[in-house]
Design a protein around this ligand. Structure first.
Ligand code: HC0
Ligand code: SF4
Length: 570
């Protein structure tokens, strides 16, 4: 431990800490821009410069280790002047049309310029330019890129996908991809580059116009589904306090916006468990005919990753569609039948914490119900927030409301899909029931929960024996697991993989907060919703059981397979 003085505060900190981390640990704010802890510590932007007594030059706080007796000044006139010039230089090559930017009001560069009182750009030069694939589910605006390298480093170090590259050098350098079309790369569309971008240089493709048009069209029935992880994040973007936000309040706002039916993806998550749990048991009963382990298939970024990087494991993927897609298939068949609404006049809209979901609806076998796409438009949580804001609702005048019936009923097992370990936990609860004919404690499988990137456990189901499971989140961890499984160094029966660290709670479509990782806190809220749920087992969802009884038949039956699975040759 060493003792240093920062802005007059005496601080004792670990000897290997940087000035920035020691200051932040002591709640002393030093602004930064390119810095991402353990990911991007390259001291490129020089916004975190500070003055050290006895040194004649300023140093970047993010890249300078503390030393015993060091006296640091984070906000002297000299520091402020240097910081200001560094931000002015960044702005000089940045497209500063902030009012026309999706990150307006939530941009780290804009915030810094505001804090420093910068009102003019003293060194204007032509912004960098570049083209982008207009069909991609996210957009790169080179004019807004400040070369901070955060996207490159997240993609390299956390996801290990190496999609982004630096082209050119000096003032002409740009960040981009080596092809004209994003789908020609191995990009999985996880969107982690987007949530780690400090400016509007990377953002989701905005699909809100189609939804606005549908809402205004009396001929179209708008049916919206809300993913598990959205309910614990939407209020962040609306600036609401914890007491003001609730799932029911969100439903109330969606109804006030004019959506005809507000349903819950959690319903389809429960349905997924019945299909996927049954599939796991069917495979376990005929082990030799199948490839192992069985992998979950609900994260489209993971599915794309596996198919591209480890195609020999294709058959190990569960054949179940994701809850998003199951929801669409059931809506345009069962709900169309029971409600009498023409499926061709429905617009099924998903609100997802995810960018990859924007492309999942176009994959093969995703128009099983009526020939149209099962899901028509996918908006991220951030797009939902923009739609809600445009509505100018007074939150105090909105009544809390429940989801509509019947596709709005769900259990605690459905909501935890949004957190890493949730699909596994929910599947084990139902697999246990299917084997034993009675429930295990709903918390019996809780060791699979939490933010750790690679978790493993072995459970004993008395009438069956042992089930070895693993839960992985983040594509770097997925890669490590696949290498271990490929080399025979790890063996499991069932593996859950989510591409985003922490699962969908930390998804690429979620609200962005100045480089803060929010997956863990949002995940904890999802586990809390499960703890408080009246029903915590997917196989006890009455609306799902009714769906089987009245329409689908049984799990893995012919109709269920045709609507809810992806395998063509079944
Ligand atoms: Fe997820 Fe899902 S849990 S992938 O993260 O399985 O996006 O929230 O909607 O489909 O349910 C995302 C979240 C979903 C799906 C569910 C799964
Ligand atoms: Fe999308 Fe969730 Fe997968 Fe991330 S983990 S890519 S948010 S489905």
């Amino acid at each position: 431990m060493v003792t240093v003085e920062i802005d007059g505060h005496i601080i004792t900190a670990e000897a290997d800490m940087t000035i920035l981390s020691a200051a932040r640990a002591a709640a002393i704010h030093i602004p930064s821009l390119c810095y991402l802890e353990n990911i991007n510590e390259i001291a490129a932007c020089r916004v975190c410069v500070v003055e050290i007594e006895g040194l004649d030059h300023l140093v970047p706080a993010c890249a300078t280790k503390i030393q015993e007796g060091m006296r640091v000044f984070t906000n002297t006139m000299r520091v402020q002047k240097a910081r200001r010039i560094n931000v002015e230089l960044l702005l000089s090559q940045h497209d500063c049309q902030c009012a026309l930017c999706l990150r307006n009001g939530n941009c780290e560069l804009q915030n810094l310029a505001g804090d420093l009182g910068i009102l003019t750009i003293p060194f204007p030069v032509e912004p960098r330019t570049g083209s982008w694939d207009s069909l991609a589910p996210f957009v790169k605006e080179t004019e807004k890129c400040i070369q901070c390298m955060r996207c490159v480093q997240v993609c390299d170090k956390i996801q290990e996908m190496h999609i982004w590259q630096v082209f050119g050098s000096g003032g002409r350098s740009t960040i981009g991809i080596p092809t004209a079309v994003l789908s020609d790369t191995d990009c999985t569309y996880c969107g982690q580059c987007v949530t780690h971008c400090p400016t509007g240089a990377l953002h989701e493709r905005d699909d809100t116009a189609a939804v606005r048009r549908a809402l205004a069209d009396p001929e179209t029935t708008t049916i919206i589904q809300v993913a598990p992880a959205v309910r614990v994040a939407w209020a962040e973007g609306m600036g609401l306090s914890e007491t003001e936000m609730s799932t029911e309040k969100m439903v109330g706002i969606l109804k006030a916006m004019g959506f005809d039916y507000v349903f819950d993806t959690n319903f389809a998550a429960d349905l997924t468990i019945l299909e996927e749990g049954s599939e796991l048991l069917e495979r376990l009963q005929d082990k030799e005919s199948h490839q192992w382990p069985m992998f979950t298939s609900c994260c489209p970024a993971w599915v794309k990753f596996l198919k591209q990087q480890y195609p020999l494991f294709n058959d190990a993927l569960s054949t179940v569609k994701s809850p998003q897609q199951m929801f669409g298939a059931v809506t345009k068949s069962y709900f169309s039948d029971t409600s009498g609404i023409d499926p061709h006049k429905m617009m099924v809209i998903s609100i997802m914490p995810c960018i990859a979901k924007k492309e999942e609806n176009k994959l093969e076998n995703m128009r099983s119900a009526c020939g149209d796409l099962d899901v028509d438009v996918i908006l991220t949580t951030r797009e939902l927030i923009r739609l809600m804001k445009a509505q100018h609702v007074n939150i105090n005048q909105i009544d809390s409301q429940p989801f509509d019936s019947p596709l709005g009923s769900s259990t605690g097992a459905g909501v935890i899909f949004g957190a890493s370990g949730g699909v596994m936990d929910a599947a084990l609860r139902s697999a246990y029931y299917l084997i034993e004919g009675k429930n295990a404690d709903a918390d019996a499988f809780n060791v699979v929960r939490g933010i750790k990137g690679w978790k493993e456990a072995t459970f004993t189901i008395p009438s069956f024996g042992q089930i070895r499971v693993a839960v992985v989140s983040g594509l770097g961890n997925a890669k490590a697991l696949m290498e271990a499984v490929s080399k025979g160094e790890a063996a499991y029966d069932f593996v859950e993989v989510m591409a985003c660290p922490g699962g969908c709670a930390g998804g690429g479509g979620q609200p962005i907060h100045e480089a803060m990782e929010c997956a863990e806190a949002r995940g904890e809220q999802l586990w809390l919703i499960d703890q408080r749920a009246a029903i915590r087992y997917s196989h006890e969802n009455e609306a799902v059981l009714t769906l089987y009884r009245d329409f689908l038949g049984k799990p893995l039956g012919a109709k269920a397979h045709a609507l809810l699975h992806t395998d063509e040759n079944w």
